[in-house]
Write a protein that binds this ligand. Structure first.
Ligand SMILES: [Zn+2]
Length: 78
C-alpha cells in the first residue's frame, strides 16, 4: 500500500469536494498553524485538535472521481 491517506470532505455546501489530510504532532517545532484544517479547493477552514498540524492536499482527478463514486474518468477508455 502507498502512504496512508485520510479522505476528508469539505463541509462547505458549495464545494463538498474530498481532499487528503495528513496529521502531524504539533510538538515538533513547525511554523505551520496547528489546529486548523483548510480545504485546498475553496479555502474553507475548520477548527480541529489544536495539538495537531493538518496538511491538506487535493486528490488527483482520478482519485477524486473514485472517492465521489463517479465512474469513467479514472478508467482507461479502451
Ligand atoms: Zn472546499
Amino acid at each position: 500500500m502507498p502512504q496512508h491517506r485520510t479522505p476528508y470532505f469539505c463541509k462547505d455546501p458549495a464545494c463538498g469536494r474530498p481532499f487528503q489530510v495528513n496529521r502531524f504532532d504539533a510538538g515538533m517545532s513547525c511554523p505551520a498553524p496547528a489546529g486548523t484544517i483548510a480545504c485546498p479547493h475553496c479555502g474553507w477552514t475548520t477548527s480541529a485538535d489544536p495539538d495537531t498540524l493538518y496538511f491538506t492536499h487535493a486528490f488527483s482527478e482520478e482519485e477524486e472521481a473514485i472517492l465521489c463514486g463517479r465512474p469513467g474518468k479514472g478508467r482507461p477508455a479502451s
